[in-house]
Design a protein around this ligand. Sequence first.
Ligand code: PHE
Length: 435
Amino acid sequence: MAGQARERWGSYAGFLFAAIGSAIGIGNIWRFPYLVGSNGGGTFLLTYLLVVFTFGLAFMVLELLIGRYYQTSIVSALASIRKRFRWVGILMVAVTFAILSYYMVVLGWILSFLVSYLMGQTLDYDAYFGSLYPLASFAAIAAVNYAVIRTGVRRGIERLSKYGVLLLIATIVPLAAVGMALPGAQDGLSFYLEPDALAVADPGVWAAAIGQAFFSLSIGMGVLVTYGSYLAEKRSLLSSSMVIIGVDTAVAFVAGLMVFSFVFSQGMDPAEGTTLAFRVMPAAFSSIDFGVALGALFFLLLLLAGVTSSVSMFQLPVSTLQDTLKMGREKAAAIIGVAAFLAGIPSALSYSSVGLDINGVAFFDMLDTFIGTYGIAVAAVAFSIVTLWFIDRNRLIEQANMYSRVRIPPWLVTVVKVALPVLIIATVATQVIGI
Ligand code: PHE
């Protein structure tokens, strides 16, 4: 249990900023808006709200409480429940590590676009991805992450997240306002929010909401177990989670207002993922007054959102090396930095002239589908079963309710025990069958 030297958050607010920083990421800006637009608009929004404030909330409280209770990171926490559950923890670390490797590749692209906007130019999509620049900027991002993590939880992650989150909110709100004032932005808002009542009955829509909840709230991988393990404050995990989820969702919503205003005001078609951020948005900016400045702000926003997320993923394998092998922080950070860089090289090369792919699917996309969707799901099911079924129910309730005014009733734990794994399995099944 609690080693004396365990790092701590500097303050409760610092912890909240770090968790919010982890939650708000690239996923909020290039994935959420499109999901809303293509899954029933306003109806999907309500579905998503319902999912995050029930399913997402339960999962988040569970992760944080495991970390706070065992005072250690995922592998050793699960090993304290039963020794053999260590493997579930190792699986979660592996999934997080894989995602970290390609998430940092994307951050490298973002950095390059930002730098070129700051120099007054728009990067050409094809020329850029055909070059080896993506590899160089990926290396720069890995180095930045390493530098933050080796500085420590309080001075590194917490400080970065505090400024990062505030600055990103200060960037996204005016950007959205400028976008919404453009002529034609109204069409974007209709695409984004036009409700489609039938969507509620579509299992694919629910699966999309659950999948997005995982990625956006940073749950299912053990990242929040790690963050919970640095928590000493006597605070309710339920209300902490409500704040984290509320801010994350609000930022995602505003991101949608921003993205679709710009895209539709320029008469362009919306898209999801890489193309949206690196092709569609730059093309939209190129035909607007002050487009270069707006482009710079947009990529600054993505960079801030992304780096505060990548450090949270980076910290997970680092804390594992610290807690299981008793390795020093700086050494662990160096090992993970180099390893994640090496692991990310195939992703960084997959859109380049090297064109690394497997059976015609870019390595990057394959990793994102298999690990980013199925990997998280498998890890999350295993984690929820191991914790909910093998820890004594009364102890779980006691931990969940600690310092909290709202009491979670015992029957709810029984519901959650069954509902969490079943819902995740159903989501994956829906995606595999392709409903
Ligand atoms: N939540 C981040 C996003 O929306 C991604 C992330 C997932 C970060 C899991 C940490 C852990 O982009």
